[in-house]
Design a protein around this ligand. Structure first.
Ligand SMILES: [Fe+2]
Length: 333
């Protein structure tokens, strides 16, 4: 069952903002993201690397902290509109019984840490350091020319519960996947900024980060970055695609970074602003939902994801699996 959207939320989240991850070798991480994919470095020291897309004026949309342990995603970053929204957020989450903590974070204004209702560690801020524009420095365009962070896909044991939490924060549902003939929600595409998604939840062992996604300017960039990866010896980091998602209409390609974190590079999604934008429903067994053409993704794409530190994994409450490449080939060929 899908609750109604809340169009006057308790505070104003504006968009997916940034991801905070760990990496075992910041040099290898920088080579992959900057030399191959085309990210811009904003800052680097011995223990941290800050990256941004070409269009982004904010200091960072990806942060990598150096680690000697297994790599994880530390936090999912969301932007709120004003500092006043941060105070309202703190009050709101406290009323719900979610502990909040104010954090000092380099290159960001006041920052609020809180977990959502399925265990995802969030980081909310209203402002970041601002950098000069690079959009028209065309000499910087290389690799995929990543423009801006668009969305996160998160794996949770309870998509219904997560969806209700984010709908109550003013997110709106654009598309969803449900079990055939029923309304058991397997995946929910939720947005605040007026396109198909800021946060996606899919059914599985969670909480985990499945991927983060950046827009690219041209379809050609999606092919070109594959060639660049191959020519620079990063071809084995290619994971899936190119292809077109039925959900969201994105033309996509997926890579795994040196620590296994997954990134999607895509373009061609659509606007979803009007208040009566009816969510599109997809059956879980309809393989066109994940790829309009071509073969389904292999099982590793569906089932591997980055964990959050100290967050125990929960088995999914909904026992329903997607059509993987392995399953598809076994039944169709
Ligand atoms: Fe995505």
């Amino acid at each position: 069952m899908i609750p109604n959207a809340i169009v006057t939320p308790p505070f104003n989240i504006t968009r997916a903002s940034h991801a905070v991850l760990t990496a075992r070798d910041l040099g290898a991480t920088r080579a992959f993201y900057c030399d191959v994919l085309g990210f811009l470095p904003s800052n680097q020291d011995r223990d941290a690397l800050y990256l941004r897309g070409i269009e982004e004026r904010s200091h960072h949309s990806l942060v990598f902290h150096r680690t000697d342990s297994a790599s994880v995603c530390e936090r999912i970053g969301l932007r709120v509109f004003t500092d006043e929204d941060l105070d309202k957020a703190a009050d709101h989450f406290t009323r719900l019984g979610h502990p909040v903590r104010w954090a000092e974070v380099p290159h960001q204004g006041r920052t609020l840490h809180v977990d959502d209702n399925v265990g995802m560690p969030l980081e909310l801020c209203a402002v970041m350091d601002e950098l000069p524009p690079s959009l028209q420095k065309f000499e910087l365009y290389k690799g995929a020319s990543p423009m801006r962070l668009d969305h996160f896909q998160l794996v949770t044991h309870d998509v219904q519960r997560a969806m209700e939490f984010y709908l109550a924060l003013g997110f709106r549902l654009t598309e969803y996947t449900a079990t055939d003939g029923k309304d058991e929600i397997w995946g929910a595409w939720l947005q605040r900024k007026g396109n198909p998604h800021d946060v996606v939840f899919s059914n599985g062992r969670g909480p985990r980060l499945h991927h983060f996604a950046y827009t690219v300017p041209e379809t050609r960039d999606i092919i070109h970055v594959c060639d660049v990866a191959g020519s620079l010896g990063f071809g084995r980091h290619f994971e899936r695609g190119p292809g077109r998602h039925g959900i969201g209409n994105a033309l996509f390609v997926y890579f795994r970074d040196p620590d296994g974190h997954r990134i999607e590079l895509f373009n061609a999604h659509y606007q979803a602003i009007d208040v009566n934008h009816t969510p599109l429903r997809w059956d879980l067994t309809d393989t066109r939902r994940s790829q309009l053409w071509g073969l389904p993704a292999h099982a590793k794409w569906f089932f591997e994801a980055s964990e959050f530190p100290g967050k125990p994994l929960h088995e999914p409450l909904l026992h329903a699996e997607p059509v993987t490449l392995e399953k598809f080939l076994a039944t169709h060929f």
